[in-house]
Write a protein that binds this ligand. Structure first.
Ligand code: NAP
Length: 327
């Protein structure tokens, strides 16, 4: 008999067919708006779950005693309590690698848009306020040749370094748990303490996962170390930054600007002070949001899920203990 999976992310017809060759699938459209009622109702029969952006807490998992696998369509796993999944014998799989380059592209789009004031000036043209040649009041700052600081030199951090070093001639500094000799050799990059990086970089880019250790990593104290002309780019998770401290730093001109793809609460409230600041470029958590990459992520999640349901170790297993516990 085929196993039962619950999807809370729409799949393309091709991927749905691939999944249905191995499992019965129930699709639940936007469970957030549904207040989880339909998701709750589907959980008791589910052996697999596939989706993203929902916090699957203990109350929901208690409703799913048969659950073997969760395939999240994301690389970040901050929505999950890994130890709890281990105890329950549920394998968690994510989608690394396939989104790395696209997310780094988004990081660079934010660097360019913030430094060169692209959104602000494009809006000026659109609203009919471009009446004469622009002057110094509308000038931005250079990107090429400026110092790129990367906090979290993992897959996405490295793809950012590649763009900065080879494409824009930027000196690269980084901070991570451990030094990366191969990265240093490839990009002529320098390892720095967090504090030294904040003092030296023109662009401070966050590419760490959200963990107990990185929550609030950038707060008032850290923002105070940044150069007045520097720009903060967050393509990691909103909670890595103390948003109120950032708002104050931007309002007071302590730093030049911020390019933000992620926020403490998403969607960002329409009355957020961030949206009233001209030196902020805010995007709707679109790091991996291209047709090609989202399809590749969904394919990766489907393949991970099929592997677990077939009793095979999935390629992108986050918690080996959870997998072992169900054997
Ligand atoms: P990754 O390869 O695991 O890289 C993360 C890096 O962060 C690792 O190299 C790690 O350093 C470093 N790190 C972890 N904790 C740290 C700390 N406390 N201080 C300094 N460095 C720390 O992950 P990835 O694939 O690059 O993805 C990174 C994150 O980006 C994801 O977890 C996700 O939250 C976010 N993301 C966002 C979007 C978006 O749509 N905006 C899209 C994709 C990913 P070591 O190697 O030294 O341990």
């Amino acid at each position: 008999m085929k196993k039962h999976v619950v999807l809370y992310k729409q799949l393309s017809p091709a991927l749905m067919e691939r999944l249905q060759a191995h499992a019965e699938a129930t699709f639940i459209d936007d469970p957030k708006r549904d207040d989880f009622a339909r998701l709750r109702a589907a959980l008791p029969d589910a052996q697999g779950l596939l989706g993203a952006s929902i916090k699957l807490d203990a109350t929901l998992l208690d409703l799913a005693p048969q659950l073997e696998a969760i395939a999240t369509v994301s690389v970040g796993v901050d929505n999950y309590d890994i130890e709890d999944l281990d105890r329950r014998g549920i394998a968690l799989c994510n989608t690394p690698d396939v989104l790395t380059e696209t997310t780094a592209d988004t990081g660079f789009a934010l660097i360019m848009a913030t430094a060169r004031r692209v959104v602000e000036l494009a809006n000026m043209v659109r609203s009919g306020d471009w009446k004469q040649n622009i002057g110094a009041a509308h000038f931005g700052s250079d990107v090429h040749g400026k110092t790129l600081g990367i906090i979290g030199m993992g897959r996405i951090g490295e793809a950012l370094a590649q763009r900065g070093h080879f494409g824009f001639g930027m000196p690269v500094l980084y901070h991570s748990h451990s030094a990366k000799p191969a990265v240093e050799a490839r990009f002529n990059a320098g390892y720095r303490s967090l504090e030294a990086l904040l003092r030296e970089a023109d662009f401070v880019c966050l590419t760490v996962p959200l963990t107990a250790e990185t929550e609030g990593l950038i707060g008032k104290e850290q923002l105070a170390l940044m150069r007045p002309q520097s720009i903060l780019i967050n393509i990691a998770r909103g909670k890595v930054v103390d948003e109120q401290a950032l708002i104050e730093a931007l309002q007071s001109g302590r730093i030049r600007g911020a390019g933000l793809d992620v926020f403490e609460r998403e969607p960002l409230a329409t009355d957020s002070p961030l949206l009233r600041l001209k030196n902020v470029v805010a995007t709707p958590h679109m790091g991996s949001a291209t047709h090609e990459t989202r399809e590749a992520m969904a394919r990766c999640a489907v393949d991970n899920l099929i592997s677990v349901l077939k009793g095979e170790r999935p390629t992108n297993l986050v918690n080996p203990k959870g997998w072992e516990a169900q054997r």
